[in-house]
Design a binder for this molecule. Structure first.
Ligand code: NAG
Ligand code: NAG
Ligand code: NAG
Ligand code: NAG
Ligand code: NAG
Length: 748
């Protein structure tokens, strides 16, 4: 409680002190240094609109009577732009917003000064002064004006206006034309009135529209410390309106026409054409002939077509100069402006001459040369001396040359001729110039006019007689020849005939044949006919060699040759009969087993060496069969045993015989026969048994056998002794004693 009272007392004292001091204090104030000064309170201060933002422009300057330091303030009315700012201590004022006099030329500012206790606020006006920052501005663009082309020179045709918002000189405007517009127009520098230049006229036909460029320029003024002149430009479009002021004129002059031989009355010679100079609204044109037609030409008044009224043969002149008039037809059919031109009509070269071919002695329609075949490609055929000429003039003397005949063999140069040329014929394809294909080549040389209506032409026969060269090699009709020769053919037999052709003429076409190669020595060829035959002494034997292979050569006289191969096959003939080893064959046959006879045939091939066997006769008859192919002989099946054999023969001795024939299959066929004796026995085993059985039946026979065995042994001993003795006697003639001893010893 006590403390609170103390504080309240302090506050009171403080308040009392302030109240007392205020009574002694004076308000601060601004110095008034006049409107042209840059220090004071800004009253009547003026600033140029081109002052740059950020510039220091003014110092608020005031003081306090008590000498206290002062503070400055600067505000604007509510809602208006803040252009300046003040540094409160120093009073320095800066421009913070760009100025534009044309928008705002006066700024209300509230300036204040305070010493901390008293604050003085004053409202002052700052004036914005002009700078030349605005360019003249044209009013109401775009500018278009229609001007009749017959407008009197010097007459005004338009007025332009440009405004400049700047003041003074910078706001004054003067007008000028750009250099390009000087020619036809002038402009008043002050008023902006555009005129057709005195002495000049507008012409729709040459320039239907002009673009006039006007420059508006101000009087110049200061801007940011420099003198500045501002301009702007505008274009006035001047449309020239066509007036009926131009005569018609002929188009495409000078005119030339021609009367040809083929023209008839009514033939068109030429059509002239005139056009009204006033292209904006042209009048129709009326054509007429004024003079010079001599009554033989007429003109269609609407189309301008000039025609012939008579026959060309009745024309007296070669040249007509016709005066043609073209008039504009006015609205009431009256003829207005006109133009006149000359039409030159030439009666042309009625005797148009066709082209003509010339030889060395005047006109010629046939040219002939003789030359060797196959000249090289590109060679000029110098044998031809041909000139071609058309004695007309100009287009009538222009023609083409062409060679008609086997295509691409020859070429003619030049292709196109004016008046006259030497004709050159060049070889293009040498293979087409071949004696063997034809000994003559025929072409037609054509000259045809190009540009004349008649297309006159001339032809000449080009004849080339070819001489042969040896350009061909003999050629066989086949690459090889096959021949078959029977063996044993007599010497000189023909084998095969070969043929080779050489189309060349004379010796070049003559073919000589020769043969060579292994085995060819057995053969001979006729050099002229190509007939191959065996040598006189040759005897071919298929059994020795059956195939021969050699070459045949066909050669012409200059050694050009070709080869073919000859294959000779020797055919086997049936020249050997079958042969048995002997004419009498002894065979022993065991019953049940076959015996075989075989004959040989020396022929080389089947069927000549294929043998068949037949039984010719047999005794007894009907006991044997023979296999035709193998020669195997068998007893007939019913003869199964010796008993049957003996029953047939009725003899003890079983020796049967038969005549067998061997026959080859050749044609004609050869055959041989042989007698076959067959001793028929039984199989060994069966024989012994039967033998013993026989003995038991006949004792006499046993005795006989014993006798014969003993006899045989005695005979054998005698025989050996005799041989030994003979040997001993022979040897003893050289060394009788020793040999004798030896013999004795041996005998012992
Ligand atoms: C302010 O005005 C006084 C009186 O005219 C002058 O002496 C002084 O130099 C001025 N100060 C400034 C900063 O201009
Ligand atoms: C105020 O302007 C004066 C004169 O241009 C200058 O000398 C002074 O430094 C300025 N003061 C400030 C704080 O900008
Ligand atoms: C017509 O042409 C003839 C001869 O070409 C000439 O003598 C004559 O004066 C011409 N007349 C006119 C009207 O041009
Ligand atoms: C003239 O030419 C026009 C247009 O080609 C044609 O219609 C008219 O018939 C011609 N007049 C005579 C007289 O030939
Ligand atoms: C042999 O012939 C006689 C009479 O001719 C006959 O009786 C006998 O059967 C025959 N023998 C054989 C083996 O055929």
């Amino acid at each position: 409680m006590k403390k609170e009272k103390k504080t309240n007392a302090l506050l009171f004292l403080l308040l009392l002190h302030f109240t007392f001091a205020r009574q002694l204090d004076y308000a601060p104030y601004f110095y008034d240094n006049g409107p042209s000064s840059t220090s004071g309170n800004m009253a009547f201060f003026s600033i140029s609109e081109d002052t740059p933002v950020g510039a220091h422009i003014y110092v608020l300057n005031g003081t306090d009577p008590e000498g206290d330091s002062v503070r400055y303030g600067l505000t604007f009315e509510m809602g208006s732009t803040e252009y300046f700012r003040v540094e409160s201590k120093s009073g320095n004022v800066t421009l913070i917003q760009e100025l534009d006099r044309e928008k705002q030329d006066e700024i209300a500012v509230l300036v204040s000064i305070t010493d901390g206790r008293n604050k003085v606020v004053e409202t002052v006006r700052v004036f914005v002064t002009d700078a030349n920052d605005e360019a003249p501005e044209f009013q109401n663009p775009p500018f278009t004006v229609d001007v009749p082309e017959d407008t009197t020179p010097g007459n005004s045709i338009y007025r332009v206006q440009a405004l400049d918002k700047d003041l003074g000189s910078g706001g004054s405007v003067s007008y000028h034309l750009q250099t390009s517009s000087f020619a036809k127009f002038i402009i008043d520098g002050h008023s902006g009135i555009l005129r057709v230049k005195p002495g000049e006229t507008l012409d729709y036909e040459t320039t239907p529209t002009h673009f006039v460029t006007v420059v508006a320029k101000d009087g110049g003024g200061k801007y940011k410390g420099k003198h500045q002149v501002l301009t702007s430009t505008a274009t006035i479009t001047v449309n020239v309106i066509d007036a009926q002021d131009m005569p018609p004129s002929f188009i495409g002059t000078p005119y030339f026409g021609y009367v040809y031989e083929v023209s008839v009355p009514g033939s068109e010679i030429f059509t002239v054409y005139a056009k009204d100079g006033d292209q904006g609204s042209p009048h129709p044109i009326h054509y007429s002939i004024m003079n010079g037609s001599d009554g033989v030409f007429d003109i269609n008044s609407t189309s301008g077509c000039i025609t012939l009224t008579t026959y060309p043969s009745l024309l007296k002149n070669e040249l007509y100069e016709i005066l043609v008039k073209a008039s504009e037809v006015g609205p009431n059919e009256q003829l207005l402006d006109f133009d006149i031109t000359t039409m030159t009509v030439r009666v042309v070269d009625l005797n148009n001459h066709p082209p003509t071919f010339y030889g060395e002695n005047g006109p010629q329609s046939k040219f002939e040369v003789t030359m060797y075949e196959h000249p090289p490609a590109g060679e000029i055929l110098r044998g031809f001396k041909i000139t071609v000429n058309d004695s007309d003039q100009g287009a009538n003397a222009k023609f083409k040359l062409r060679l008609v005949g086997p295509s691409r063999v020859l070429r003619v140069v030049p292709q196109t001729v004016l008046n006259e040329a030497q004709v050159t014929i060049i070889v293009e394809d040498t293979s087409g110039i071949d004696y063997e294909k034809g000994t003559t080549l025929a072409f037609k040389l054509l000259a045809v006019e190009i540009d004349t209506p008649e297309h006159f032409s001339a032809t000449a026969d080009i004849l080339i007689n070819l001489l042969d060269t040896n350009d061909n090699t003999p050629k066989f009709t086949s690459d090889f020849y096959m021949a078959r020769v029977p063996e044993n053919s007599p010497g000189g037999s023909s084998v095969v005939s070969v043929t080779a052709h050489d189309p060349d003429s004379g010796p070049w076409g003559e073919v000589k044949y020769t043969i060579y190669g292994s085995g060819s020595d057995l053969f001979a060829i006729s050099p002229s006919s190509g007939l191959i035959s065996t040598q006189p002494w040759t005897s071919l034997d298929a059994e020795v060699r059956s195939k021969y292979n050699f070459y045949v050569k066909a050669e012409d006289s200059e050694g050009k040759y070709s080869l073919a191969e000859v294959f000779v096959t020797v055919l086997d003939m049936n020249d050997h009969p079958p042969e048995f080893d002997s004419e009498l064959l002894e065979k022993t046959m065991v019953i049940g087993a076959p015996v075989r006879v075989e004959a040989m045939d020396d022929d080389a091939e089947s069927p000549n060496n294929v043998i068949e066997y037949y039984i010719m006769t047999a005794d007894p008859d009907n006991a044997f069969d023979i296999n035709t192919d193998t020669g195997e002989i068998n007893l007939k099946p019913y003869i199964k045993s010796m008993e049957i054999v003996q029953n047939i023969t009725k003899l003890k001795d079983c020796k049967w015989s038969l005549v067998v024939q061997a026959r080859d299959r050749g044609s004609p066929s050869f055959s041989t026969t042989a007698v076959v004796n067959i001793d028929i026995t039984e199989a060994i085993k069966g024989r012994i048994i039967s033998y013993i059985m026989g003995l038991s039946k006949r004792p006499l026979t046993v005795f006989g056998i014993c006798v014969s065995i003993v006899t045989s042994l005695i005979l054998l001993t005698i025989c050996i002794s005799t041989i030994l003795y003979c040997n001993a006697v022979k040897k003893s003639r050289i060394n009788p004693e020793s040999n004798y001893i030896k013999v004795i010893r041996r005998i012992k």
